[in-house]
Write a protein that binds this ligand. Structure first.
Ligand SMILES: Nc1ncnc2c1ncn2[C@@H]1O[C@H](COP(=O)(O)OP(=O)(O)OP(=O)(O)O)[C@@H](O)[C@H]1O
Ligand SMILES: [Mg+2]
Length: 496
């Protein structure tokens, strides 16, 4: 289907989130929409997919002016969107979820729905078990389910808003292969919103760049990555070499740790973490690295071994005896990847988030000192360049700005930062900036352990890498000397 966006404007209060956007998208092609955090990408895609109306402007499908009253309405006209954060319902099975959202007349019996699900997955190259509960799926699998659902409901335009944040390299390949097939064989129009220029290079036929709500450029691919970056930010970004901040002092000692993760048992992990050290945890989705990180935070039970925290006076404390909250009080902090599911609270404002995390805000009394909270929130908003206000509801912030808020909420004086995919959804410039903020924390002796599906990020920022594969953990001591391909084979189970 040919999609034309004609002078689309979207105004929120005083903000012109989309400011007169026009573009034409041909069928059978894959487009990337690029732009820095807050540029207006998700806003535009939500308009195209019926989640919100434009303030003015038209959507024209195959030459016909169209207006949608809801996402279901847009989907009936052939437009399906996969959201930046999956919206599915956790207690349901894969099959229930696949059936969900169909108009009453179109609800099939379970038998034919099951058949439809299995066939659609086969066609797309996905491997999903209809009877698994949604909360057992990885982010990548939930996404596959949603794509299968949209396709089986007749989507002719598929919009993917940052689909590769949080999925494994393997799942990304499966996803890209099926998208390419859908475009070339079934003539779908595919629109990819992404910050990962490598992904855009691998997948897209053309890119459209937005900045501050406007289209600032269109390029056919292949196109020089440096040129795209310059279009997105108005300039090229320089890399600065990073300094080492590792000290001799031990912060955390892990001995003989064993745990049962969702799909894999991790056993016998020994690890010494030093002050100022950054350790990347690499592994395919579900290889135990997430569970390991959560075990350090006290959010995942362990079945063997010990965790010992050591302070600057060389006093040690058995962490595994303490629950999550007691560990937080000892300077251990965890930031989850699923920002709207776990990290942030929908319906609360930015200031309210700071109130929740500022222990001093309500010290000794039941009253929150709102003027202090607002002052602190304003200071953090300025310091972390968050586009939003203290009284903005958290879900009205763009994805990247939600992530900045999450980082801004981390307390100052930390011993151990445990970060799940800390730069998920951030644009290239913000990634560097967030890392510079995180690395600054090492000056106070904090050690950082983080997971990321992005192997480049792991190599670039880690002093050491732990590789998780099939329950075994191995160490890469000099990540500076390993390539992404080599690390990729290690997490795929090949020995160095
Ligand atoms: N419902 C809303 N109410 C108020 N402001 C909003 C709302 N939705 C989006 N905005 C604002 O519109 C601007 C564009 O947001 P949008 O989500 O489209 O950005 P984006 O390009 O998708 O960014 P990111 O890469 O961070 O996801 C942001 O400043 C955001 O705060
Ligand atoms: Mg967005």
């Amino acid at each position: 289907m040919r999609v034309q966006l004609d002078h689309i404007v979207k105004i929120f209060g005083v903000l012109r989130a989309n400011d007169d956007i026009s573009m034409t998208l041909e069928e059978g092609k894959i487009y990337a929409i690029l732009g820095e955090n807050g540029a207006g990408k998700s806003t535009l895609m939500k308009i195209l997919s019926g989640y919100q109306p434009a303030t003015s402007g038209n959507i024209i499908l195959d030459g016909q002016r169209s207006a949608f009253s809801s996402p279901a309405d847009a989907l009936r006209r052939g437009i399906g969107m996969l959201h930046q954060d999956p919206l599915d319902v956790a207690v349901m099975t894969v099959l229930d979820n696949f059936i969900l959202g169909r108009p009453a007349a179109m609800i099939p019996d379970r038998r034919s729905a099951r058949h439809d699900l299995v066939e659609t997955c086969k066609r797309l190259g996905f491997n999903l078990n209809p009877d698994t509960h949604i909360d057992q799926l990885t982010i990548g699998e939930r996404q596959q389910l949603e794509i299968a659902r949209l396709i089986s409901l007749g989507a002719k335009v598929l919009i993917l808003d940052e689909p590769t944040t949080g999925i494994s390299t393997e799942q990304k390949e499966a996803l890209f292969n099926s998208l390419k097939r859908l475009a070339s064989e079934e003539k779908l129009t595919v629109i990819l919103v992404s910050h990962k220029l490598e992904d855009v290079k691998a997948l897209c036929d053309a890119v459209i760049v937005l900045r501050s709500g406007k289209v600032v450029g269109e390029r056919a691919m292949p196109c020089d990555v440096a040129e795209l970056v310059a279009l997105m930010f108005g300039q090229e970004i320089e890399r600065s070499p990073r300094d080492l901040a590792i000290r001799e002092r031990l912060v955390l000692q892990v001995r003989g740790l064993g745990l049962q993760a969702r799909r894999v048992a991790v056993h016998d992990v020994d690890l010494d973490v030093r002050a100022g050290e950054v350790i990347g945890l690499a592994g395919l989705d579900g290889s135990g690295q997430e569970a390991f990180l959560r075990a350090l935070a006290g959010l995942q039970p362990i079945n063997a071994g010990s965790l010992t925290l050591t302070n600057a006076k060389a006093e040690s404390l058995r962490l595994d005896k303490l629950d999550y909250h007691a560990r937080v009080q000892r300077g251990i902090c965890f930031a989850p990847a699923g920002r709207l599911e776990e990290g942030l609270v929908q319906g609360l404002t930015v200031a309210e988030h700071f109130a929740l995390t500022m222990p001093a805000a309500n010290a000794g009394s039941a009253w929150i000192d709102w003027s202090r909270v607002n002052q602190h929130a304003d200071a953090q908003i300025a310091h972390y360049y968050i586009r939003g206000r203290a009284d903005s509801n958290i879900e009205t912030l763009s994805g990247g700005n939600q992530q900045r808020t999450l980082i801004a909420l981390l307390p100052e004086d930390l011993k151990l930062l445990l970060l799940e995919d800390p730069t998920r959804g951030l644009d290239v410039e913000s990634v560097r900036w967030v890392w510079s903020q995180l690395l600054d924390r090492r000056q106070h002796g904090a050690a950082i352990l983080f997971t990321s599906p992005d192997l480049d990020e792991i190599i670039e920022y880690s002093d050491r890498v732990l590789v998780f594969y099939g329950g075994e953990v191995s160490t890469v001591d000099d990540p500076a000397n390993i390539s992404v391909t080599q690390l990729g084979s290690l997490i795929g189970g090949k020995r160095a």
